[in-house]
Ligand binder design. Structure first.
Ligand code: HEM
Length: 391
């Protein structure tokens, strides 16, 4: 079998919620197969659920270190090591140290407290949408500010700073911003987080950064973790809210199921949409996997979106069915790097999406579906804007 030279990345016209159609054929033919990465590296592509899960679970033979990895979506040249505070691009023992420290701060008590704030923040934004009236861009009016303010709560960003913080965070996520604006926003956020860390050292509050200020982490590590949490938790949740709403406009008969059982419905949306669509690892030793032999140093692209549509794991996988039991999906990854904020993300989605459809039951697209600008080619899939109307 010749190596694949292109990771299928174009979604079929009129199917913005489905993975590129060639992925299904590739998975059927060989759930792990040779793949030439965009930078020319000869590695592997995994599209089957069982194999993707196995690679993600095996953190001793597969590394997450960026500098060992070839990027599967574009030729970015040699990858630099993860910046300080970035958990996804490092291995044990550094990863274990950060992960333990952080996991102790994402407690059930803190998540429950945050749930109350998520309710309030959601209601405030729905009030504002109603006040301003239709039409609106659901991304800038709702999907983005709600998780941005939740991250402010999590990190303990004071109220007075939230508008500036949110502005920088939005510029950083790239929507409507030039590269220069993005790097200026990144610098401004770094500066801001360093000042915030100093303030937390002086007066720790009841929030993640305040708690961590009492640990042995350096100021640089604390600021890095703050920036990483913002990066990991904002774009992802914002796009799940917006793309989830778009999917529900497309299948309005599913809204009832979401309102009846938000936990179950959100799990299916996570599986079906798999916005963090492609992961990567590198073999650090020779590995036998799915009948092939991977050599040490070879990179593996993990198509989580193909894995989450694998008929060997989910019956009738291409049907969105909010009543199904969708647990076991890989939308939050798997193994030691599995999303640390997944409980918070679930809380946000279970509150924000039902609240949106309860408050505005006739919410709908304000433009034809084909005109919604999709985030094609980006690490996190979703929509740039979502024009909506109601009433
Ligand atoms: C729907 C929303 C979200 C999705 C789809 C998502 C997805 C993911 C995925 C796929 C990974 C694994 C990356 C890998 O294996 O290399 C991950 C890791 C991570 N996520 Fe999320 N995430 C979401 C929300 C959040 C939120 C709200 C936070 C926190 C504020 C967060 C914090 C993290 C952190 C800290 C990691 C790194 C974990 C580690 O490497 O140990 N995420 N996320």
């Amino acid at each position: 079998m010749n190596p694949l030279t292109d990771l299928p990345s174009t979604r079929a016209a009129g199917c913005p919620f489905d993975p590129p159609p060639e992925l299904a054929a590739i998975r059927e033919e060989a759930p792990i197969r040779r793949f030439r990465f965009p930078d020319g590296h000869l590695g592997w592509l995994v599209t089957g659920h069982e194999l993707a899960r196995a690679v993600a679970a095996d953190h001793t033979r597969f590394s997450s270190r960026y500098e060992l990895m070839h990027y599967p979506l574009a030729d970015l040249g040699p990858m630099p090591p993860a910046p300080v505070g970035d958990l996804t691009g490092i291995d044990a023992p550094e990863h274990t140290r950060y992960r333990k420290l952080l996991a102790g701060k994402f407690t059930v008590r803190r998540m429950n407290q945050l749930a109350e704030r998520v309710e309030e923040i959601t209601a405030e934004h729905l009030d504002a949408m109603e006040r301003l009236g239709p039409p609106a861009d659901l991304v800038s009016a709702f999907a983005q500010p709600v998780p941005a303010l939740v991250i402010c709560e999590l990190l303990g960003v004071p109220y007075a700073d939230r508008e500036t913080f949110q502005r920088h965070a939005v510029a950083l996520s790239g929507i409507g911003a030039t590269v220069e604006e993005q790097s200026a926003a990144f610098g401004a956020l770094q500066d801001y987080l360093r000042r915030l860390v100093e303030a937390k050292r002086a007066t720790p509050g009841d929030d993640v950064l305040g708690d961590l200020a009492g640990s042995d982490l350096s100021d640089e590590e604390l600021a890095g973790i703050g920036a990483f949490l913002l990066g990991a938790g904002l774009d992802t949740t914002a796009n799940m809210i917006a793309l989830g709403a778009f999917a529900l406009f497309t299948w309005p008969e599913q809204v009832e199921a979401l309102l009846a059982d938000p936990a179950r419905g959100v799990e299916e949306l996570l599986r079906y949409l798999t916005i963090a669509h492609t992961g990567a690892r590198s073999a650090v030793e020779d590995v036998e996997l799915g009948g092939v032999r991977l050599a040490a140093g070879e990179s593996v692209a993990l198509s989580m979106q193909a894995a989450n549509r694998d008929p060997a794991r989910f019956a009738d996988p291409d049907r969105l069915d909010l009543r199904r039991e969708a647990t076991g999906h890989l939308a939050f990854g798997h193994g030691v790097h599995q999303c640390l904020g997944q409980q918070l993300a679930r809380i946000e989605l279970r509150i924000a999406l039902p609240a949106l459809f309860r408050r505005l039951p006739d919410l709908r697209l304000a433009v034809p579906a084909a005109e919604v600008p999709m985030r094609d080619g980006m690490d996190v899939y979703g929509v740039h804007r979502l024009p909506v109307r109601w009433g």
